[in-house]
Design a protein around this ligand. Structure first.
Ligand code: NAD
Length: 253
């Protein structure tokens, strides 16, 4: 049984992680942290995030799963390094400096970061690499849609898709278009829509030669991300201090 703490425990994802863990027998959510005022989520005690160090010492989780905001993740990383506790990071929107600080933490504790814990997105990334080899000249455009509470744009997943595209094609992102904005051959338009409670949609189109190829993924429930993050936590527990990605979990299966 892998014991996990959840940072951001009262948020959309944190709650879902705790609820999903309650239905599994390989992982046990033992404590949550948040700045929001709450005593418990589904029977799991919630501590003020200011007391993370004390909470880690008291509950001694194998891994902390984090779905918060970058500043909160970085503060948590300091506490995890101090306590020697591994981290699964789902939070997106890090600056380059923030990303470097997370990588530095992975020299002291095992740290797995993924912009998307849906297995289908992992499959999508692989499919994109293969597809682009077959349509080297086609125009590419990337769209993502999320709920109206999402703060970073474009999504971390869209950025990961862009990185994957750029591994195969020399294209520069253009974030939205307005006014006189003719398309250049080497650009990829990137568009972020925010509405309602849409869990997460990503679509890459490749168009040319009288055809349009569409590669897309829709998350139907936050449970898909929670399940992947819990799988990652279970896999990470007891591993060496290193930087890991969700693909490492899937490749090991
Ligand atoms: P949310 O706003 O619903 O929840 C964030 C929670 O973090 C809130 O409860 C907030 O009070 C808490 N928080 C803020 N500051 C904190 C601090 N200093 N310490 C502890 N908790 C703090 O957001 P959400 O929809 O749950 O998304 C959270 C993050 O996860 C976002 O970056 C989002 O992009 C990302 N996300 C990633 C995946 C993935 O698969 N990797 C999936 C969904 C969302």
């Amino acid at each position: 049984m892998t014991t996990v703490a959840v940072n951001g425990a009262t948020g959309r994802m944190g709650r879902t992680v705790i609820e999903t863990a309650a239905d599994r027998d390989d992982v046990d959510a033992v404590v949550g942290f948040d700045v929001a005022d709450a005593d418990e989520v589904q029977g799991v005690p919630i501590l003020d995030a200011e007391n993370v160090a004390e909470g880690l010492a008291e509950y001694d989780p194998d891994v902390v799963i984090d779905f918060t905001i970058p500043e909160a993740t970085l503060a948590l990383a300091d506490a995890c390094v101090e306590a020697g506790v591994g981290m699964v990071v789902g939070t997106t929107g890090f600056s380059d400096d923030g990303f470097d600080r997370l990588q530095a933490a992975s020299e002291s504790v095992p740290l797995l970061k993924a912009t998307n814990f849906a297995r289908g997105v992992h499959a999508l990334l692989r499919a994109i690499g293969e597809a682009l080899e077959a349509v080297p000249e086609y125009d590419l455009e990337l769209m993502e849609t999320h709920h109206n509470g999402k703060v970073d744009a474009p999504s971390g997943t869209a950025k990961t898709i862009l990185d994957t595209v750029q591994d195969h094609r020399d294209v520069e992102p253009v974030y939205g278009r307005e006014g006189h904005a003719p398309r250049e051959d080497d650009e990829i338009g990137v568009f972020a829509r925010r509405a309602g409670d849409i869990r997460g949609e990503h679509e890459l189109i490749a168009a040319g030669n009288d055809e349009v190829l569409s590669l897309s993924h829709h998350a139907e429930d936050r449970g898909v991300f929670a399940a992947g993050a819990l799988d990652a936590a279970d896999w990470l527990a007891g591993r060496d201090a290193e930087w890991y990605e969700f693909g490492d979990v899937i490749d090991a299966e």
